[in-house]
Design a protein around this ligand. Sequence first.
Ligand code: ZN
Length: 512
Amino acid sequence: MTARDDTNLSRREAIARGAMGALPLLGVPNVADAQPAQPPRARPPRTRDYIIDASAALVWRNGAPALIGDCSVRVRGNDIVEVREGRIGGSAARIDATGQLLLPGFISGHTHAASGSPTRGLIEEGRSYQRPIELVEQLSDDLLDDITAYNIAELLRSGCTSHVEMSLSLKQAQSYVRVARRWHVRGFPGGMVPGTARLFPIWRRTTDDALTASVPDTLAEIAANRAFALQVNGAEEGLIRPMLTPHAADTHTPETMRAIVAAAREVGNGIHTHLAQGVGELRAVQRLYGKSPAEWLESFGVFDGPFFGAHMTGATAAEWDVLKRHGGVYAHCPSGGGAGNSSGTQPYPEAIAAGVHVNVGIDTHSNDYLENLKLAVICGRARARLLNAQPNRTGTSLPMPSMRDAVYGATHVAADGLRRTDIGRIAVGAKADLCTIDVSGLLVGSGAVGPEPLSNLLYASGANVRHVITQGHVQCFDGQLVVDDQTRVMQRGAKAVQQIWAQLRAEGWFGK
Ligand SMILES: [Zn+2]
């Protein structure tokens, strides 16, 4: 702290410190009249030409991430143009990130953006998410956009700048792209095929006739998604890069999977799917095609481009081998099924042990990316400890996941999986996708940035994220959404969700 001459104290401070204790009380003005002048509130820079000054940063050095102390990063247009330990001089606009850790913007390898707020708080005691998400699909485009915006605002607010987004239908993918374009979000979106309106009778079928009968409509959905993907591919200076997003191996046939792969090759950004989600999927694919899900997908060339596979709760050794062989990414979603998911933890330690590229994904219900990083580490350690302690266990012990594993998975590992060496890292020439997190303040830090700030993230959440930037555009500044009116985004999101709650009440859903 700097020393100050008492003559400069405001009257109120002086009273508090007793410096004016000898004055008669009558002479003391009303405290409300004696408010010290507020320092001007910092504002986001007006152009994409500024310097971020952070107390710590994870920068890219000699082909690997390196944690350094005081660091300045200069952004110009879309790109990072200078990275320096210490401070960059000059009079450019500045973003103050004192006490904060500067990281590459997080990449979620699996989101369903419009399904978060409509299901959160309803499904944690065991109810199915099916009916709420069916009602989301029935909303008008305007109301759907309000829900999409609310959820994307949350993702941004928690530092998640890039979304490998499996919207639950083409309609929802279109909504995602409308909002993402407005706010400069980096999106890799696709409409899930089969979409949510057709999915459940195919997925939860009792005989495979339902799958066979679904082929013409599924092919039509693939064609519609392909057309939309080609139409918006590369929009907003390359921020929008659609992927093809088949629901899962057990809801497709050889004919529809061939159509997916052909469309994905044409669009050029890869495939994103649910993979080995459980025993049911493994049994169905084995019964139909005599292979494990990953092996079956591999036979069509699904892994030839970027590949993201979510959940993998039922993964076998074959699944890990296929992913490893092709550099596919496992999107581990620790809050899939809701925070505290009653169906159990997912094989995060096993994937790390297998040497697979592992990302942390949002899935559906929590859009707090930092919270999901924490859950990955904490649940992963609990899982590894329990499995390692099994009396009949053979082979080497499973590793304890660390925050470093989680953050690397959220940044350069995911970027490499997308075949994008220009994102997920803080380096000259990389896109300016960045976030800063308070790692020194109350509840998270120790009053100053400590020697291992990545570990402080275990005590942080999205609320501690301060500044969020994609391709140079400041989207959150000092913890507030600045690409839109945050209050209005919340009010509109609330109105749309309240309509769904009202319908659920009318159907007696809450009593079920
Ligand atoms: Zn999912």
